[in-house]
Design a binder for this molecule. Sequence first.
Ligand code: WTA
Length: 654
Amino acid sequence: MTDELIESILNESRSFAPSKKFIKQANLNKEEAERLKEEASRNHIEYWAKLAKDELDWFLPFKNILDESKAPNYEWFNDGEINASFNSLDVNASNNPEKTAIIFEAEDGKSERITYKELLSRTSQFANGLKKLGVVQMDRVVIYMPMCPEAVIAMQACARIGAIHSVVFGGFSSNALKDRIEDAEAKIVITADGAYRSGNIVPLKQATDEAVAQSSHEVKNVVVFKRTGEKVEFNQERDIWWADLISGCDSHCDPEPLNAEHPLFILYTSGSTGKPKGIQHSTAGYILHAKTTFSWIFDIKKDDVFWCTADVGWITGHTYVAYGPLLAGATILIYEGAPTFPDVGRFWKICEKHAVTIFYTAPTAIRALMKHGDEIPQSYDLSELRLLGTVGEPINPEAWMWYHNIIGKERCPIVDTWWQTETGGAMISPLPGVTNTKPGSCTMPMPGIDVDIVDESGESVEAPNQGGYLVIKKPWPSMLRTIWGDNQRYIETYWDKFDGRYYVAGDSAYKDTDGCHWIMGRIDDVLNVSGHRLGTMEVESALVSNEKVAEAAVVGKPHDVKGESIFAFVVTKGNRPTGEDAKKMQQGLREWVNEQVGAIAKPDEIRFSDNLPKTRSGKIMRRLLRAIAREEAITQDISTLEDESIIKQLQGKE
Ligand code: WTA
């Protein structure tokens, strides 16, 4: 038996039960969780209908539950009318107006508290501002903002008037922003003069100007929130300051009654081919799953301070910052800056300062902070923490144990939540008062979510510890509805593999003897760098768009902190650079990718060769390249290569 195998067997049998104290106070106990699962398996449709009636406020109650007539474009509750912002803000502002909705921690250490009443009036006022600009239902609004309350206000304001928001992560380049503006044909872009990051200013307005100038689609207006006060270019006809826009606007704005299927937002994510795809979500189904999973998984109580460290530019920042917690009337913390600013204790300092009780982050952040030793978190008071969570990638057992021992002091359950941009909310996760957790496993599906692992022919894999495709067998309310502007791609990507029978997540996974799920990774060419999805193709297209590059192939390589790092093999036009020339060119290409996509896509390593290894039919031999990048022994047949000597170049030996 290999050490790895022994380690994995040990992991699977090591489990952690929630404490009696936690179980006693949990929102969901074992009986309730079993009842929910039983109800869902007895009558899937009725289960969701009852939740939708109990958990959401409707302007017009629905009669239809699931409409399968256009499958796999499933629709839920499609004769009902609802509003996501009403359910988040009005409901809670009327129940508990003075409750803190948002605690904002700026990078410079200043903080601000916003009550539900205030959040409602600020959102309404901004929604009226958008209306003044002529924004109407179905218009697309791109939000390219720092991580600050105004980003959430902008999202909620769109939801209020039925505009579709498309949030673009502030770390993406102007070029990536341009692609997203064009694809969504955005009417308005909301940005800021800049964002603070690690003590520097990220010039968001400048990037927006470049993107808008290069876009083939004309953007009507750019709304600019003043965050840094730095001087920025201003186009008087097109640009308007946030403060000027809302001045004179009423702080009451009726929420529009919208069809349950009205698109709430588009969020772009990477696939294995082509440009990022605009994942389109609905209104009612999405908020239903966001609210219930938030309450169950994070066991939210009235005095909790919930901190999800994700930026609103990612799905986690949509579901568990901008929507789920507000739908549940919780208090969230939003932090503007870098986890390591001004020092590596910043996260723990924030937990102490604001008495954070529930903390949700990505394994990559845990690994990065773990590297700095136990003394840093130990020098802060983390005694208010009662529950921890992770998302975005498999967590290695070592990081899990550190999180458990050093941050949670063995007292806090850890919820490892598996889900995707496409699923809208968490799908497989422990319920903290019910499930025994295992380091590295996301454990069990949520009630109502029918997860399975199937083989190549689509048959369930019954045997434990056998890998297969992770699929969802029944439609669920918060599933993506389509890919914006490309329904064919939606069908091909998620449904064609098993003839439309199941949603194919694109991950491989297995179940252990206890039925716990273990995610093994992507089955396609999607990388997971620091918990963020990136298509190899995206980085390759960025590389080949450089005038000096003829061909490029990108593969992932395991990385201690980031999970995966990006390794690029590049064939240049003209002679293969070596020595100093190669170094210069590596530097230049890294910068180039940064400009084309953003810092997260910068290759960690670039190696030049005269050629890329290809099969006879001309396909790049990616498995071979992966083995080379990882410095593994080559087991692939390379006899078909025209020139075997390039292997040495690819290995960096020549
Ligand atoms: C991976 C993030 C293991 C997975 C919410 C998935 C995970 C992709 C986990 C989606 C987890 C997410 N354990 N792997 N707990 N959570 N993943 O769309 O490969 O940014 O398909 O959504 O991240 O990434 P996305």
